[in-house]
Design a protein around this ligand. Structure first.
Ligand SMILES: [Zn+2]
Ligand SMILES: [Zn+2]
Length: 147
């Protein structure tokens, strides 16, 4: 992507991939939201204290190279990762139709995405102190709760 692309979310979108480079993807268009998830499923799936996701419309997400491996982590939830290096890549759930949640760390330029909230904050690890001023929700923001 050219360095002259304006800051933000240029029409050409954002590319990313896994650690070994086998899986490559592109997300076009602006993100729907960016959130830090503290839930224990995401924590384990990513092996990290917190998982930061970029929500994009499913039609804007394209696999460019080797497709990732998919894993049903709970009913209605599919997570994907590179079958070679194991990099976690996406989360797709029936309860969020039309969305793909992409791990921000898999993007080539994760700094392009500014998080807007902490979700499932009641699962936050007690030694992780975050004073970034972002709204924090015990579970999900109003309107995002599953029915
Ligand atoms: Zn890989
Ligand atoms: Zn989560």
């Amino acid at each position: 992507m050219s360095e002259s692309a304006k800051e933000g979310h240029a029409k050409e979108g954002h590319e990313g991939g896994c650690l070994c480079g086998a899986v490559r993807f592109r997300a076009s268009g602006p993100p729907l939201w960016v959130s830090h998830c503290h839930c224990d499923d995401c924590r384990r799936a990513c092996g990290a204290a917190v998982a930061t996701f970029v929500g994009v419309a499913v039609e804007s997400y394209r696999i460019l190279a080797v497709p990732p491996v998919e894993y049903r982590s709970s009913p209605g939830v599919t997570r994907s990762f590179c079958g070679t290096c194991g990099t976690p890549l996406t989360y797709v759930a029936k309860k969020y139709p039309g969305e793909v949640h992409i791990m921000v760390g898999a993007f080539d330029k994760p700094e392009a995405f500014k998080p807007g909230a902490h979700v499932f904050a009641d699962y936050r690890l007690p030694w992780l102190h975050l004073e970034d001023g972002l709204p924090s929700f015990d579970r999900l923001p109003p309107g995002r709760e599953d029915g």
